[in-house]
Write a protein that binds this ligand. Structure first.
Ligand SMILES: [Zn+2]
Length: 199
């Protein structure tokens, strides 16, 4: 369980940084998601973040029924990891846990929204597409735990993710296994992560 504990620790650290520093979401780059993968025995833990722009195409607070439906659909899609990050059948992996959610910029979001309701309406016409607008950024966050009959058969991961989410261009991947931690970039035009060196 050592590697999973390590991932959990780094997840908690990242979450508290996010909570304390709202500029963290401003720093995200549209088109670029982040995936952390930890191999530990039969288990694979994954943690995924992506800008709202990549997943639903907007980062303002969903108000219309259409926008709320888009968020709900995205959360449901993100809760099916094997449809997004396809593993070789030979590995025999199944999902033990999967959770996905939309995170807004900070804990004050509802309060801010009340306060600026009039402003929002006044410049809604030009604000919605404005990336720098003070309405800020959102991110989707998901965590998965898989169990695999033969984890060493996970020699690659195919990112069907890019087919599902047309605005996504790249995923920065960090993989932790017995041989250490390695970083990768998986891009839309070459959507396969080669993991043969990780075992
Ligand atoms: Zn953004």
């Amino acid at each position: 369980m050592k590697l999973l504990a390590l991932l959990a620790t780094s997840t908690i650290a990242a979450t508290s940084v996010l909570a304390e520093d709202t500029r963290q979401l401003d720093a995200h780059e549209h088109g670029v998601g982040q995936l952390n993968i930890a191999f530990d025995g039969q288990q694979i833990a994954l943690e995924f973040h992506a800008p709202g722009a990549d997943i639903v195409g907007f980062e303002y607070a969903a108000e219309s029924a259409q926008d709320r439906a888009a968020v709900d659909t995205a959360v449901a899609t993100l809760a099916r990891p094997l449809d997004l990050f396809a593993l070789p059948d030979a590995a025999g992996c199944s999902v033990v846990q999967a959770a996905a959610a939309l995170e807004s910029e900070d804990g004050h979001d509802d309060h801010d929204h009340e306060e600026h309701a009039h402003d929002d309406h006044n410049h809604a016409e030009h604000a919605h597409d404005d990336h720098a607008d003070e309405a800020g950024h959102t991110e989707f966050h998901a965590e998965y735990l898989l169990t695999c009959a033969d984890p060493s058969a996970v020699t690659k991961i195919t990112f069907a993710y890019f087919d599902t989410f047309p605005n996504a261009l790249e995923v920065e991947v960090q993989v932790i296994s017995d041989v250490g931690a390695t970083s990768f970039e998986v891009e839309r035009d070459a959507p396969t992560l080669d993991l043969r060196g990780m075992f």
